[in-house]
Design a protein around this ligand. Structure first.
Ligand code: ATP
Ligand code: MG
Length: 563
């Protein structure tokens, strides 16, 4: 490809609204153009990167005997109602109506369509296992799209779905797919870890996320310092099985009301009472499908909304607005507490059950209760909080460490979560009927590309791993008006093409300095420079990763490139 016939609109400056370094480079290298919040035009270099990554994914999907399909992007309300997810998805799912008022979703994920396909073609045990996948746009109305393609509202997912005769067959195939995922990321030059995860809106019995450790990652992962336990921090079980302290259930009421003018937050209370945050109980008001509920955690903990949502079994959960709390006329923002509160359901974290003589809001402006115990109020106890770094590992009891990571893939053992609902049965060998068991497996393609860049970059730009570089070689003619240089460049260009090397010939009349800067920014593994040495049949080969510069004959340079 000649750069004069190609379109790579590189930028000198970074876009003002982009901070994450991989994204800065992707925009500056002319891969992306923002069209609207969370929506991007993929320019030719991005398209090439997508094709490279997709080719690796397709190879491993074929090895896992998954068949490539393409589903419609629109999914009918009817199909989504069949699994109960038209309602379960909430605001993240884009919805629309056709001209006849029929409702559709723009698919955020595609389990229902995969089930629809399996329902049609899987009739007997002979058809199993059955696995299909697609590489297709997904749309999600994310609350806050950010970091370019890392969290977009339209992105590409490789989503695979498998169907099995039994739980054991699913477990075996899931293991294969898990390995395929690890192989895909390794082929892409990515270092990843598999961590156990929450199943979220997908449902099912178990899932793992494939994470790239990254300082700019949005997810905290919890890894044991001693055993092989690794989990998304959201999914780390806390305090399960802990006995609620008997001492905490005093029969005599011993709390007293204390005036706390304008003292609302835990930080303010710590100062006011001269106590530590763990001596307080935090009461957080939530709006669960329009109903006000209260979650209690120790003052130094945070409510885990994913755990709470599961306990509540609701579709939408958000912090209740001050208006909603005021409208209830039962409590006052900043002074919320469980004592004497009637008509609002209270959920308390296990840890609260073990607390004694703590301080909570008194549901009255400018007052708190001091000396409260769990016997002073009614609550449903559950695991409701986020784990924190350093807590004992849930598997072996030794200390955990936390690090930041980016989720690249998510694999699920869905079991019969969908197949039961949709009545998906197959004829067994013995002549009976049995419900299918299901798994699903996703990879975010753009996020994967961004993570490859993040793991392979320096202060000058991207440093593509050879196997997936959009172009392996940037052939630079320093002076395009010099006949010797043009002639030698042409020979090299033809030879590299004959050897099936992906080469971009920078034959433009841009300044050499700007060509070199672009080469470093775009991160071609090799820069082959035809300059003054052309007369003596010499070229310069620069290896992007090491910065090594070699003065070579054209033949020697090609030998190194194709080795
Ligand atoms: P996250 O927790 O980051 O929102 P998710 O759990 O919603 O991710 P899945 O539903 O498991 O993601 O989707 C599979 C994959 O799709 C993810 O592992 C990720 O790589 C990618 N992905 C999900 N949401 C986005 C997004 N908004 N932008 C880009 N990629 C995404
Ligand atoms: Mg998400």
């Amino acid at each position: 490809m000649k750069r004069s016939n190609y379109f790579i609109p590189t930028l000198k400056e970074k876009p003002s609204d982009i901070e994450q370094q991989s994204q800065v480079y992707m925009f500056r290298a002319g891969m992306l153009k923002k069209q609207a919040n969370g929506l991007f035009v993929y320019l030719p270099l991005m398209q090439r990167a997508m094709e490279k990554v997709n080719a690796v994914i397709k190879k491993h999907m074929a090895e896992a005997k998954s068949f490539e399909c393409k589903f419609p992007i629109l999914v009918s309300k009817e199909l989504l109602d069949s699994s109960g997810r038209w309602n379960a998805f909430g605001k993240e799912m884009f919805r629309l109506k056709d001209r006849s008022e029929n409702e559709f979703a723009i698919s955020p994920t595609n389990e229902e369509t995969a089930c629809f396909v399996a329902q049609t073609y899987v009739k007997s045990y002979k058809d199993l296992p059955f696995s299909i996948y697609q590489i297709q746009s997904k749309h999600r109305d994310e609350i806050s799209p950010r970091n370019g393609v890392m969290r977009a509202r339209e992105f590409t997912m490789k989503d695979a779905y498998s169907f099995h005769a039994s739980e054991e067959c699913l477990t075996e195939y899931y293991g294969k797919m898990r390995q395929a995922y690890l192989n895909i990321f390794s082929d892409l030059g990515l270092k990843v870890v598999a961590v156990s995860a929450d199943t979220g809106a997908m449902g099912g019995s178990g899932s793992e996320e494939i994470m790239a450790i990254s300082d700019s990652g949005e997810t905290d992962i919890c890894v044991c310092s001693s055993c092989d336990y690794a989990s998304n921090s959201e999914a780390v079980p806390c305090g399960i099985g802990k006995k609620i302290s008997k001492k905490a259930f005093k029969t005599v009421i011993s709390y007293k009301k204390v005036e706390t003018p304008r003292v609302k937050t835990i930080e303010e209370l710590v100062v006011f009472f001269n106590k530590s945050a763990s001596d307080f109980c935090k009461a957080v008001c939530f709006n669960a499908d329009g109903k006000l509920v209260i979650a209690l955690v120790r003052g130094d903990r945070e409510v885990n909304d994913i755990k709470l949502k599961k306990v509540l079994g609701c579709n939408e959960l958000e912090i209740a607005s001050p208006e909603m709390v005021a409208k209830s006329k039962k409590t006052v923002v900043g002074f919320v507490g469980p004592v004497g509160l009637k008509g609002i359901k209270i959920y308390a974290d296990f840890e609260v059950g073990a607390m004694q003589d703590f301080i909570v809001g008194a549901n009255e402006k400018d007052y708190h209760f001091d000396g409260v115990n769990p016997s002073d109020f009614k609550a449903e106890y559950a695991d409701l909080r986020f784990a924190v770094e350093g807590e004992p590992c849930p598997k072996c009891g030794i200390k955990t460490n936390f690090s930041k990571a980016t989720e690249l893939g998510h694999i699920f053992m869905l079991g019969r979560r969908y197949t039961d609902k949709l009545g998906m049965q197959f004829a067994t060998k013995e002549g009976g009927l049995k419900t299918l068991t299901m798994g699903c497996y996703g990879i975010g393609v753009e996020r994967t590309i961004a993570s490859i860049i993040e793991q392979h970059m320096d202060d000058k730009g991207m440093v593509w791993p050879q196997q997936i570089a959009p172009f392996l070689v940037d052939l630079i003619t320093v002076d395009v008006n010099n006949e010797e240089q043009i002639a030698l460049s042409k020979t090299l260009y033809n030879e590299l093409n004959n050897q099936n090397v992906n080469v971009l010939w920078d034959d433009t009349d841009a300044r050499p300095g700007s060509k070199f800067a672009d080469a470093e920014l775009i991160g071609f593994p090799y820069r082959l420079v035809v300059g003054r040495g052309a007369g003596e049949n010499k070229v310069e080969l620069v290896i992007r990763k090491t910065g090594e510069k070699l003065e070579l004959s054209p033949e020697e340079a090609i030998k190194i490139i194709i080795k």
